[in-house]
Design a binder for this molecule. Structure first.
Ligand SMILES: Cc1cc2nc3c(=O)[nH]c(=O)nc-3n(C[C@H](O)[C@H](O)[C@H](O)COP(=O)(O)OP(=O)(O)OC[C@H]3O[C@@H](n4cnc5c(N)ncnc54)[C@H](O)[C@@H]3O)c2cc1C
Length: 337
């Protein structure tokens, strides 16, 4: 096992703050991952698996072992008349997998184009965009269960996927994922319900839908509205869209006729967190070395932070303001350590 001591985490996460890890190891096989966990357990120190670090804020030095997952490999295990089944190493880049599938004409994850990060982190918050969530395409997940110290296979049902949620998020750091199996469609089922996708396809002059055309449309939309984490430190949407009762929605709607929301059941509505934050005046606002992105208030950006504490404090100010104005408590989507 390759071990580094007292290293800066700055290159390993997209907010690029300067916290350090007491120990750091890159693993490229499941055996290396298990060895690293056993080493940390033996020393009785905390451990944390990371991928590309695009959904993390470090607020202090990590006094344990950071395990950077680089378990690679994409292989087709089998196929039937309608589907192709793939097994993918958790360290693969997510967008690389999407592009690979589009190239092979296998549908199911094209709407998740250009989401940063690794394949292994995708099920943690059940990444989603433009009407698709990764849980829909996952068959099963292979993980080391640190509670029983054994490798296990979780089926899609075991994963308890929900909106930006899963068993992996509910029981943080219990399951360390090494591999995922996907079921993809040979006959694509295009999802273009979002008006922005249809508008973009129209502007691109697309007459016949294809996986590639949808992916290109989404890449264009995302590149226009989201900051590139390689250029501006950020972790994408910082907060989840909150759910409120129909009664609370109706009251808010009277007070704020432009409120952006949509029904998710007979009695509940999801409210656009970005709208709530923007309407409180945060869009484009900078406080010290952090701020809300000028094109999307839901994204907190860094202007060269030293510590993730700055992001954490700013996000708390947003939570407090939104609570005071609308009586809605925002929940962070990003993982704070
Ligand atoms: C510009 C931008 C746009 C984004 N857009 C979206 C979007 O549209 N939809 C969306 O859902 N998300 C989005 N995100 C968030 C992010 O891309 C996803 O959460 C992604 O899955 C994070 O992958 P990662 O490898 O960087 O995970 P990391 O940030 O490294 O880790 C995230 C969490 O997962 C855990 N984890 C990572 N790997 C493993 C593993 N192998 N086993 C167990 N636990 C693990 C970590 O401990 C941590 O808690 C965006 C982020 C950015 C910066």
């Amino acid at each position: 096992m390759q071990l580094q001591e007292n290293i800066s985490l700055q290159p390993y996460h997209s907010f690029a703050s300067q916290e350090k890890a007491a120990f750091f190891s890159i693993v490229s096989t499941d055996i290396e991952m298990e060895t690293a966990i056993a080493w940390a357990q033996d020393k009785a120190i905390p451990f944390l698996v990371i991928g590309a670090g695009t959904n993390i804020v470090f607020t202090k030095n990590f006094e344990g072992l950071i395990i950077k997952n680089e378990i690679m490999g994409i292989r087709k295990t089998h196929e039937d008349a309608s589907h192709v089944y793939l097994t993918v190493g958790a360290g693969e880049n997510w967008h690389h997998l999407v592009s690979f599938c589009i190239h092979k004409s296998w549908g199911g994850i094209e709407n998740l184009s250009l989401i940063p990060g690794t394949v292994g982190a995708a099920p943690i918050q059940n990444i989603g965009a433009y009407g698709v969530e990764v849980g829909e395409a996952i068959e099963h997940v292979t993980a080391f269960d640190t509670l029983i110290d054994q490798w296990i296979t979780l089926t899609k049902a075991d994963c308890l996927f929900g909106y930006r949620d899963s068993i992996f998020k509910q029981q943080k750091n219990r399951y360390l994922i090494s591999e995922l199996s996907f079921k993809l469609n040979k006959q694509p089922n295009f999802k273009t319900d979002y008006g922005v996708i249809r508008d973009r396809l129209h502007d691109m002059g697309v007459k016949t839908l294809s996986l590639e055309a949808i992916s290109n449309a989404i890449i264009h939309i995302r590149s226009q509205k989201l900051p590139d984490p390689k250029l501006i430190g950020n972790a994408g949407s910082f907060f989840k869209n909150p759910t409120v009762s129909k009664e609370q929605y109706e009251k808010l709607q009277v007070q704020y006729p432009k409120l952006v929301a949509y029904p998710i059941s007979d009695n509940s509505y999801k409210i656009a967190a970005g709208w709530l934050i923007e309407n409180c005046g945060f869009k484009g606002v900078r406080k010290g070395n952090v701020g809300c992105y000028e094109k999307q208030a839901l994204v907190i950006v860094s202007y060269g932070i030293e510590s993730g504490q700055e992001v954490n404090h700013f996000s708390q100010e947003i939570i407090d303001t939104v609570l005071k104005v609308y009586d809605i408590e925002l929940e962070r989507e990003v993982n704070i350590y």
